[in-house]
Design a protein around this ligand. Structure first.
Ligand SMILES: [Zn+2]
Ligand SMILES: [Zn+2]
Length: 264
């Protein structure tokens, strides 16, 4: 049974459903003991309605989750955080969120490139070796800031990229991220999100999920990286799903160094 989840969204991001309280109730029903809310980060001055809530929603998010934390304290441990890219332009903002205790933790979900004052390329649509290398550079840069508790879906770049197991560019990107995970002692998340919205497909080389991308986890196992599972719930019922069994299978198959807890 999966008794923790640090990766949970809310309706505020524009592509999730359910009330905050319904997520808590579903988590309790699923046997989850530690539930972390990590909605897509709201950024001052950024209006990005289907990816993240507006900055003006911050107060409501914080007060809602804090109220649930108190209300359900006897049943479940709740933490308040954000899933966030690392955009250097917002470095001060991330640090202030943590330092002032507005949120308790951040996880690194490097979905987008931010350039010229706006959000642009989506790394789930990488097509070229340069794009996946840029993704890896962005992830490692974020990891090196010390702001993030773990890396969400580090294999996101394989959602769009096609190359097959022996592609040296894919291999380099995987090694680069795993090497940073090991060096900085930052766990990597086996993410269950894409298994629900896409399922298995043939990528021209093999049947697979968008992510988890198995060769990534094979190398993470060889390198001894710490790993954990993230439901990436966008609906309360997703906390009750059984997709985690596939992730547990990867943990066994590749002898992954699985952890079940992060210090917050
Ligand atoms: Zn999302
Ligand atoms: Zn994400």
């Amino acid at each position: 049974m999966l008794d923790y989840c640090y990766h949970t969204h809310t309706y505020r991001c524009g592509h999730a459903e359910g009330t905050d309280e319904e997520f808590v109730q579903a988590a309790i029903q699923a046997g989850i003991k530690t539930l972390g809310f990590s909605d897509h980060i709201f950024l001052p001055g950024v209006h990005d309605p289907y990816s993240r809530g507006d900055y003006e929603m911050l107060g409501d998010y914080v007060s809602s989750i804090r109220a649930l934390k108190a209300k359900y304290a006897r049943d479940i441990k709740i933490h308040l955080g954000f899933e966030s890219e690392y955009f250097p332009a917002f470095d001060d903002y991330y640090r202030r969120l943590l330092k002032d205790g507005i949120v308790e933790y951040l996880i690194l979900g490097h979905h987008f490139l931010y350039e010229n004052g706006r959000i642009s390329f989506y790394y789930g649509m990488c097509k070229t070796p340069n794009q996946i290398k840029e993704y890896a550079d962005g992830v490692v840069r974020g990891m090196e800031t010390g702001l993030f508790k773990y890396v969400a879906h580090p294999d996101l770049f394989m959602a769009g990229y096609r190359g097959g197991r022996l592609d040296p560019d894919i291999h380099d990107v995987i090694v680069k991220i795993c090497e940073a995970s090991k060096r900085l002692d930052i766990p990597l998340e086996i993410n269950l999100g894409s298994m629900r919205f896409r399922g298995l497909f043939h990528d021209g080389f093999e049947m697979r999920y968008l992510y988890p991308y198995e060769p990534f986890w094979e190398i993470a196992g060889e390198m001894g990286c710490k790993v954990l599972i993230g439901v990436d719930a966008h609906h309360p019922n997703e906390l009750l799903g059984k997709e985690y069994l596939y992730a547990e299978g990867l943990i066994e198959k590749y002898h992954l160094n699985a952890i079940r807890h992060i210090d917050i």
